[in-house]
Design a protein around this ligand. Structure first.
Ligand SMILES: Cc1cc2nc3c(=O)[nH]c(=O)nc-3n(C[C@H](O)[C@H](O)[C@H](O)COP(=O)(O)OP(=O)(O)OC[C@H]3O[C@@H](n4cnc5c(N)ncnc54)[C@H](O)[C@@H]3O)c2cc1C
Length: 245
């Protein structure tokens, strides 16, 4: 029943991603057939990547929907995945607390508790107490003849949001850009921000022509769309930019 940490692994991404996005983009402006453009792609990769960069920065984002990334993620809390799955233009497969019994559940400790040895110790004690409570509930259910997934699905009601979970995420590039805009922001909750930063690093490495300028909203806007109160201060807020013009 230990504390665990974030682990992000790229399982797969669309093959020939640059050629695919290039063919989709060019189809919009070319008399040629995307099937032929795709087959001919790769002859001048710099030209294709430059074309993609220009299209992305112009806000023409639908060609990005043809390429997807699939990540396996572990060492995250249920508090994180509750936020993650609000992003609807994506596919998820998450470890079930019905089918997987929490024999010794792992958990995530927020850094604010971890920094203080006293609160960390108290937090760990609470996690152990919850495990005891969970096991007790399974015991009551067993006495009533309820076992297996039927028992797990009720016993899990006592588990904390800190409980560790594992999830597979698939998002297309357009949704990933949107996800990064919201979740790489300094205002985003720390755990989902850590996840999105790791996903962004992977995307930048694998597909720089699309993701090099990706990140929090301010990265592409050049200003912070939040009010002064909620801004991290890295960029001027919108009001200030308008006033100084
Ligand atoms: C800092 C922060 C704080 C937040 N606080 C809260 C909170 O207190 N409470 C809370 O409930 N949520 C909160 N959220 C979640 C937020 O409201 C969104 O639900 C979440 O970020 C998913 O965003 P999305 O809907 O844009 O994404 P997606 O579901 O991935 O959708 C992507 C885009 O597709 C379009 N789209 C998708 N579905 C529809 C639809 N049905 N109709 C029209 N357009 C659609 C929209 O343009 C949308 O932006 C917070 C998010 C952030 C980043």
């Amino acid at each position: 029943m230990p504390q665990v940490r974030l682990d992000v692994c790229l399982l797969e991404m669309s093959q020939n991603a640059v050629a695919l996005i290039y063919a989709a983009c060019r189809q919009c402006y070319s008399e040629k057939f995307a099937g032929d453009i795709y087959s001919e792609a790769g002859i001048n990769p710099e030209k294709e990547e430059e074309f993609i960069r220009k299209v992305v920065s112009s806000g023409h984002e639908s060609p990005l929907e043809h390429v997807k990334f699939t990540f396996a993620v572990q060492g995250v809390s249920r508090a994180l995945t509750h936020q993650l799955v609000r992003h609807r233009v994506a596919s998820y497969s998450q470890q079930s607390q019905r089918y997987v019994k929490e024999k010794q559940f792992d958990y995530i400790i927020p850094p604010s508790f971890e920094r203080n040895p006293e609160s960390k110790k108290e937090f760990e004690k609470m996690m152990q107490e919850i495990q005891v409570g969970y096991d007790k509930m399974l015991g009551y259910l067993s006495q009533a003849g309820i076992t297996g997934e039927a028992a797990n699905q009720d016993a899990r009601f006592v588990l904390p949001q800190a409980a560790e979970t594992k999830i597979v995420i698939t998002m297309n590039c357009r949704e990933l850009m949107h996800f990064f805009k919201h979740r790489c922001c300094a205002r985003a909750q720390w755990e989902i921000r850590q996840l999105s930063m790791k996903m962004l690093d992977i995307c930048k490495e694998k597909l720089p022509s699309v993701f090099m300028g990706a990140g929090a909203k301010c990265e592409s806007l050049g200003y912070c769309p939040e009010t002064e109160k909620f801004s991290c201060g890295r960029y001027l807020v919108k009001e200030k930019i308008i006033k100084t013009k």
